[in-house]
Design a protein around this ligand. Sequence first.
Ligand SMILES: Nc1ncnc2c1ncn2[C@@H]1O[C@H](COP(=O)(O)OP(=O)(O)O)[C@@H](O)[C@H]1O
Ligand SMILES: C[C@@](O)(CCOP(=O)(O)O)CC(=O)O
Ligand SMILES: [Mg+2]
Length: 355
Amino acid sequence: MEVRARAPGKIILSGEHAVVHGSTAVAAAIDLHTYVSFRLHAPSDNDDGLIELELKDFGLAFSWSSQRLRELFSELGSWSPRSCSTECLKVITSLVEELSFPEAKIGLSSGVSAFLYLYTSIVGFRPGKVRVTSELPLASGLGSSASFCVSVSAALLALSGDVYSDNQQNGWLVMRENELELVNKWAFEGEKIIHGKPSGIDNTVSTFGSEAFSCLELIMIALSVTGSMIMFRLGELTRLKSSGPLRMLITNTKVGRNTKALVAGVSERAQRHPDAMAAVFTAVDSISKELSAVIESFALDDVSITAKEEKLEELMEMNQGLLQCMGVSHTSIETVLRTTLRKYVISTFRWERKQ
Ligand SMILES: Nc1ncnc2c1ncn2[C@@H]1O[C@H](COP(=O)(O)OP(=O)(O)O)[C@@H](O)[C@H]1O
Ligand SMILES: C[C@@](O)(CCOP(=O)(O)O)CC(=O)O
Ligand SMILES: [Mg+2]
């Protein structure tokens, strides 16, 4: 038996990084996904079997003897969602260090570490094969890591017996809210391995960020609904009422960066300048709350849409200024802002409502 799952990436309109420090953020799932298929190998008496991971987009395949993993992890496994212990992380790190990655793809090692933790924790040591492909550019701020962790967790849970849903729609099993919560919790643990200290916004948006909140297909986790806005603060998701999908212009600067290092850099700056950074986080919180109110006001009437759009642009521009204060902007982003404004007479923060 094989299951397939997919989970979307996300875009954060305001509050990225500050959300790690308790500020409100506004985000939406986007129409780009990571796809995972998972098959358990048939039990065989004379073959202890392999646990396999194929990263199709990168032409990479890894495998581990399930017997070896059993010996290494048997005392360490976590059968309900909880953080990977220091000992467990040491074992995973040494296993991943044995693998060879092309130099330019070394960043994948943290994804493989998250995979090993999720597989051994959710499925145990039963041999099986997981295949992954993604439409998302990695390390570009579109939440590929969370979408990877959500889709992997969903597929593993689906075959491991932790999802008991018998609710069917159009021939598909349907995941209920409590099952999605389990997916989300495991995905968060995977994100911790990749990010260090995630706020949980990315995995939450990837798991719940679709219109079909409590009725998602097991095989098609988190439907692709571009522009389904949510507000997120301290682990709590609030769905924003809006009048329909929104289109946004997303520019990929192709400048790679490492979320883990950026998140750590903001924390260090907050330690050096606690009062100033607290003021920055408070300002971001206000921006996100105002932005949410403007988004919800779209649903109320169609009067002065232009004025509302201009407000959104201005708020996102202010948020960008505060990202600079936190030390997480980049000259390439500033160039995109100037170019879109001067050359094409549009603002990067401009968005349009889909007709
Ligand atoms: N399809 C994938 N396969 C393996 N690892 C992945 C995949 N997608 C994301 N990852 C992991 O997530 C990392 C990127 O996460 P991150 O730095 O948080 O950026 P973002 O989440 O914005 O793409 C990658 O370097 C890799 O370790
Ligand atoms: C920067 C941050 O706000 C979002 C991380 O998003 P991404 O992995 O850079 O797509 C960190 C977090 O909230 O965990
Ligand atoms: Mg990420």
